[in-house]
Design a protein around this ligand. Structure first.
Ligand SMILES: NC(=O)C1=CN([C@@H]2O[C@H](COP(=O)(O)OP(=O)(O)OC[C@H]3O[C@@H](n4cnc5c(N)ncnc54)[C@H](OP(=O)(O)O)[C@@H]3O)[C@@H](O)[C@H]2O)C=CC1
Ligand SMILES: O=C(O)[C@@H]1CCC=N1
Length: 274
């Protein structure tokens, strides 16, 4: 990737994307990350050999892509600080913040900029990220390709043509690693109560999830068929699945994902000052 990329904010999500980029062969020399504190920057600098800065404005000098990766609640202040230098440099801006629309970001940065909104997820760290992307009207075809290439280096990319759909992407993939981690916690606890050592239960649950995910990704059968193939009539799986269905697990998942997307909309209103 022949592009200089600056990440504003060096927290969990930036760490995951940078880790994935370096693993995919992107040169550390092309990557800069910022944070107000040297202590947050030290781990990424030592681990990946990238350039780090505590000064956001200096950090975007010469950047082709600026990834805004701070918490949504402080994005307005960060954009205000970057406004003059970003208008001078005019990089492609990629915001990964949940619930902040491209117009709001563009307005805070002074307007007229090419802004891609991206909803990534933390498995980007291991090259299994899933990102939803939306481009505003100022984004060129080349910049679309650059954004695709950047996020494809750490996983799969799905473009959406309606920005509001990024809230659905947040519910389906942005926040979703946490759903599966919750499942692992619960399976480990239950496995332990069934008598297994905790680490054995954890390893078995995680391996099973990886196997199931890989099968679902590679198989021509849909998940319902794959599920049925495990369920011998009158057997053990049938009993477990009946239990999940009668406890309304699907409704719980539906409600949780609706709440997730609704929170993104709520944040958009709270933070854009509407
Ligand atoms: N975590 C996730 O799974 C996902 C997160 N996102 C989005 O990514 C963004 C970042 O989330 P996440 O990485 O989890 O958050 P973190 O809190 O881990 O990271 C944010 C980083 O920004 C730093 N920061 C604070 N103020 C500034 C500033 N003025 N200039 C530069 N850096 C600053 C923080 O430093 P310090 O700690 O010293 O204040 C921190 O390191 C959010 O907008 C979130 O919505 C999107 C998809 C998934
Ligand atoms: O929880 C959050 O708000 C962020 C956005 C998606 C994942 N983490």
């Amino acid at each position: 990737m022949a592009t200089n990329i600056t990440f504003i904010g060096a927290g969990n999500m930036t760490g995951a994307i940078i880790g994935g980029l370096i693993d995919s062969g992107v040169s550390p020399a092309a990557i800069t990350a910022t944070s107000p504190s040297e202590s947050m920057l030290a781990p990424v600098k030592t681990r990946y050999g990238i350039t780090t800065h505590t000064d956001n404005q200096e950090a975007i000098s010469g950047a082709d892509i600026v990834v805004l990766a701070v918490k949504p609640q402080i994005m307005r202040d960060v954009c205000k600080e970057l406004r003059d230098s970003i208008q001078r440099e005019r990089p492609l801006v990629i915001s990964i913040a949940a619930g902040l629309d491209a117009d709001t970001i563009d307005g805070w940065l002074g307007g007229g900029l090419a802004v891609v909104r991206c909803m990534p997820n933390t498995p980007s760290l291991v090259g299994y990220g899933a990102s939803g992307l939306f481009a505003n009207a100022a984004v060129s075809e080349q910049q679309r390709q650059d954004a695709t290439q950047l996020m494809q280096a750490v996983g799969i990319v799905e473009w959406v043509e309606e920005e509001a759909l990024l809230d659905a992407v947040t519910a389906v993939s942005g926040s979703a690693p946490a759903y599966f981690f919750l499942m692992f916690e619960a399976m480990e606890e239950a496995g332990t109560r069934l008598g297994l050592p905790a680490d054995t239960a954890r390893r078995l649950a995680i391996q099973t999830a990886m196997g199931a995910a890989r099968m679902a990704a590679q198989s021509e059968s849909d998940p319902a068929t794959l599920k049925k193939n495990v369920m011998s009539p009158g057997g053990t799986t049938e009993r477990a699945i009946e239990h999940m269905e009668s406890a309304h697990l699907r409704d719980i998942i539906e409600d949780a994902m609706q709440a997730c997307a609704a929170r993104a909309q709520e944040m958009a209103k709270e933070l854009s000052g509407e």
